[in-house]
Design a protein. Structure first.
Length: 462
């Protein structure tokens, strides 16, 4: 019968062959052969390492070597999965999605562009939320596969096929344009998609962190040279730069951070420190739209995290007009409030901590150029809501004195009053309330972003 086990007879020849195999396995191995094998393996590892160290110059052998070297990362990634689960300290379990405080008569007139991980789709998406009621007014599902298929980019710093596929692409800091399209990236490539997710253009290269549009329509974002321009550094050196891109997808220019600091007599800010593969870590480029007593239209505020440096830079002359390295520590996100004030999202990291933990809570600081003073108007709100993201984070002051804060790692986005009163919150989490990181939300106002909002909302996608 089909379900019964039928034992097959063993032939005499099979038994003899098995005996010879067992004899081979049981033979003693000379010590010299073990040592020789070990030495050969060590030599092979050293040779592979030397090829990997300069793999771009080694032709086909280099490409094979780098793929072999990446096998452990690939295996690890397959076990870790694509969802950006939060693995830090305990957090308050809260249901995913939008919640509006029923005890508040306040109604938020704005919108927010947020890119959570959708567990059902197994990928990140971009949602346009109306904050008066939390309704999703439009959903972007960018065709990442089409963008990656056009790419010929290779680098030791990132592997598009392994790290930035549809499931793992985080859709960093989406920028909504007036026609309802979005510009987004997760390292490489930088791409623009229409409201229905169809690819419009893409640019190869390593693009990172914030993406902003300047007053002339050009797009500014962080850039990292795939092969460092800095002499005498390791291949993995993060040679950061400013990238300016046209709305049509043309790379207008790239300017190295190291060159900017050198030209302005500030090379010592990084050159006097111990060697690091990531000495700068540019994380925000904020364009100036209106000239005032302290800056001009077209100037840029730069946030360089690993130097705790915020600088006002004028691209037209290459000059740094102002810079400061305190009181913030490993900051993110500069915003321009008016003609004499900026805000800085201060991660407030304990630099002496080997795990770079937050010293209590994050802070949203305000620098007044007219008085030279720095204040922390929302400190009570940060403490009351225990806002403390170790990495990344965003802070957007709002016209009525509130602020929108993104606790990136913990997947929490909130609007708070200065005293900490919670107006609304958005949580990125799975069905079990386990948190997932979000990727730099953007507050949109109908008064300044109305056309872009309307274009996205009215888009008809099949």
């Amino acid at each position: 019968m089909d379900g019964d086990r039928i034992d097959q007879p063993v032939a005499a020849g099979d038994d003899a062959q098995r005996g010879r195999f067992e004899q081979v396995l049981a033979r003693p191995v000379p010590l010299w052969s073990v040592l020789l094998t070990g030495i050969a393996g060590l030599g092979l590892a050293i040779g592979l390492g030397s090829v990997v160290d300069g793999w771009e110059k080694s032709g086909p052998l280099g490409r094979v070597a780098i793929q072999l070297a990446r096998i452990p990362d690939t295996i690890q990634g397959s076990f870790r999965g694509a969802a950006p689960w939060y693995g830090g300290k305990a957090f308050e379990p809260l249901p995913a999605g939008f919640w509006r405080n029923p005890d508040q008569a306040f109604t938020d007139p704005g919108y927010v562009l947020v890119s959570p991980f959708d567990a059902k789709r197994g990928r990140s998406i971009v949602q346009l939320l109306r904050l008066s009621d939390g309704r999703v007014m439009h959903e972007f599902v960018p065709d990442i596969a089409a963008s990656n298929a056009q790419s010929s980019f290779t680098s030791e710093l990132t592997d598009i096929r392994r790290d930035k596929d549809v499931a793992r692409n985080r859709l960093m800091h989406p920028l909504l344009l007036s026609d309802g399209s979005i510009v987004v990236h997760d390292s490489s490539p930088l791409a623009r998609y229409d409201a229905c997710g169809k690819l419009i253009w893409s640019i190869d290269g390593i693009f990172h962190h914030g993406t902003e549009q300047g007053p002339d329509g050009s797009i500014w974002t962080g850039y990292r040279y795939p092969k460092p321009r800095q002499p005498n550094v390791k291949p993995g050196f993060w040679d950061d730069a400013l990238a300016q891109v046209s709305p049509e997808g043309k790379l207008i220019g790239v300017t190295r951070i190291a060159d900017i600091l050198e030209r302005n007599g500030l090379a010592h800010l990084w050159g006097s420190r111990p060697y690091s593969d990531d000495p700068f870590h540019l994380n925000d480029i904020q364009p100036v739209f209106e000239s005032g007593p302290h800056w001009h239209r077209g100037d840029l505020f730069l946030s360089i995290r690993n130097l705790s440096l915020v600088a006002l830079y004028r691209p037209s002359t290459g000059k740094i007009l102002w810079w400061q390295t305190q009181p913030w520590r490993f900051q993110h996100d500069v915003e321009i409030l008016d003609d004499h004030r900026i805000s800085v999202f201060d991660n407030n990291i304990r630099a002496s901590d080997p795990n770079m933990q937050v010293d209590g809570t994050n802070r949203l600081l305000v620098v007044d150029f007219a008085t030279g003073r720095t204040s922390s108007p929302w400190q009570a709100g940060f403490e009351r809501n225990k806002l403390a993201t170790r990495a990344q984070g965003r802070g957007t002051p709002l016209p009525n004195g509130d602020a929108m804060i993104e606790e990136t790692e913990q997947g929490r986005l909130v609007r708070i009053a200065p005293d900490g009163t919670l107006r609304w919150r958005f949580i990125s989490a799975g069905d079990d309330m386990r948190r997932m990181a979000i990727s730099w939300a953007r507050y949109l106002s109908p008064s300044t972003d109305g056309q872009a909002i309307q274009s996205a909302v009215s888009a008809t996608c099949s």
